[in-house]
Ligand binder design. Structure first.
Ligand code: NAD
Ligand code: TYD
Length: 351
């Protein structure tokens, strides 16, 4: 039995779906179901006896302690977080509460639980903390990609809160001997990505005939990884990672935002052509830049490739096409998650 937190969100849900496709080992899925958590993401495994969904927060010590005592998981994979940079700029409080206080409470619950376990369980237990490359800050154009030795220089409330959580995880290992692993991954994309992040937002707005907003000059660089490849890296780190170590995960797919948006428009022009040969590119609009916008992220994945023999399966070209196809085939999902509070957020962003 493993315990996944945040398993109704984008990466967590992909992880749970893949886990149950590859293993028989059951999963407890603890998710607070914020705006970013959606039970529709788990529709295909709903009712599967290997999946126990629990609605609740990682910051709820009593609940987490109870789950740990009753199910005695052999591992926790912590995805639960507030994850959107723009939201963290508009309102950082939730990011502090979930990403910092929540992770702290989860670590405390695990520490208490492990103290009561036998030596074999203590030895085999793993706490895998899922983090981001954004903790390293922004790279200059010619600088080498982020390795695990890069110092932390977070620039947004989101990345600062993730950096704080990474430091807590590290401290619980060094101080209390908690058997932790940390992964720092680059930007993910793929199915079930909430349409507030660049790639699903572009697809959504393009199809809805709306403006496709590019912040600033659009020459910022992100290093994209297909979500299923991130999930396979996490499984590999859980299986074979060395306790106390961190692993950077990325697909060596550095692209400017402009180029990502153009690619998406070109795939949509092919798969869902507009009348009279028009292009979705006509909907692109350069808008006010994000405050404190990091210019470039890039991951040096040499350590996980060398030590754990992990490689991504998808190139950006194959992964992005699968992603557009998924969104075209799952418009009902998009409709569902973009109703309600999402509308208020988007309306206040772009009015
Ligand atoms: P997401 O926003 O799609 O999902 C987060 C999930 O956490 C949601 O289901 C939400 O309901 C849940 N959650 C929020 N607060 C909670 C709480 N207090 N208790 C329990 N559940 C709670 O995020 P994502 O993109 O799937 O990211 C998952 C993790 O991966 C995050 O920790 C994020 O920092 C990290 N990460 C994301 C990316 C990326 O590109 N999306 C890249 C690297 C790392
Ligand atoms: P995002 O998907 O929010 O991820 P992150 O900020 O964590 O990297 O944004 C990816 C890049 O796209 C980032 O440089 C900001 C930019 N961006 C836009 O230009 N327009 C948009 O509407 C959004 C959401 C992002």
């Amino acid at each position: 039995m493993i315990l996944v937190t945040g398993g109704a969100g984008f990466i967590g849900a992909n992880f749970v779906l893949d886990w149950l496709a590859f293993h028989d080992e059951p999963v407890i899925n603890l998710d607070a179901l914020t705006y970013a958590g959606n039970l529709d993401n788990l529709g295909s495994i709903w009712g599967d006896p290997r999946h126990l969904f629990v609605k609740g927060s990682i910051a709820d010590c009593d609940l987490v302690e109870d789950l740990l005592r009753s199910h005695r998981p052999r591992a926790i994979i912590n995805f639960a977080a507030e994850s959107h940079v723009d939201r963290s700029i508009h309102g950082p409080e939730e990011f502090i509460q979930t990403n910092i206080v929540g992770t702290f409470r989860l670590l405390e619950a695990v520490r208490g639980f492990l103290a009561l376990q036998d030596a074999a369980h203590q030895e085999s237990f793993r706490f895998l903390h899922v983090s981001t490359d954004e903790v390293y800050g922004s790279l200059a154009p010619a600088e080498a990609a982020f390795s695990e030795h890069r110092k932390y220089e977070p620039n947004s409330p989101y990345s600062a809160s993730k950096a704080a959580s990474d430091h807590l995880v590290r401290a619980y290992h060094h101080t209390y001997g908690l058997p932790v692993l940390t992964t720092n991954c680059s930007n993910n994309y793929g199915p079930y990505h909430f349409p507030e992040k660049l790639i699903p937002l572009v697809i959504h707005n393009a199809l809805a005939g709306k403006q496709i907003p590019i912040y600033g000059d659009g020459m910022q660089v992100r290093d994209w990884l297909f979500v299923k490849d991130h999930c396979s890296a996490i499984r590999r780190v859980l299986e074979s990672g060395k306790v106390g170590e961190t692993y950077n995960v990325g697909g060596r797919n550095e692209l400017t935002n402009q180029s990502v948006v153009n690619t998406l428009c070109e795939i949509l022009d092919e798969l869902r052509p507009l009348p009279h040969g028009a292009s979705y590119k006509a909907q692109i609009s350069f808008v006010r830049d994000r405050p404190g916008h990091d210019r470039r992220y890039a991951i040096d994945a040499a350590k996980i490739e060398r030590e754990l023999d992990w490689r991504p399966n998808e190139t950006f070209d194959t992964g992005i096409r699968k992603t557009v196809e998924w969104y075209l085939a799952n418009q009902a999902w998009v409709e569902n998650v973009t109703s309600g509070s999402y509308r208020q957020w988007i309306d206040c962003q772009y009015q």
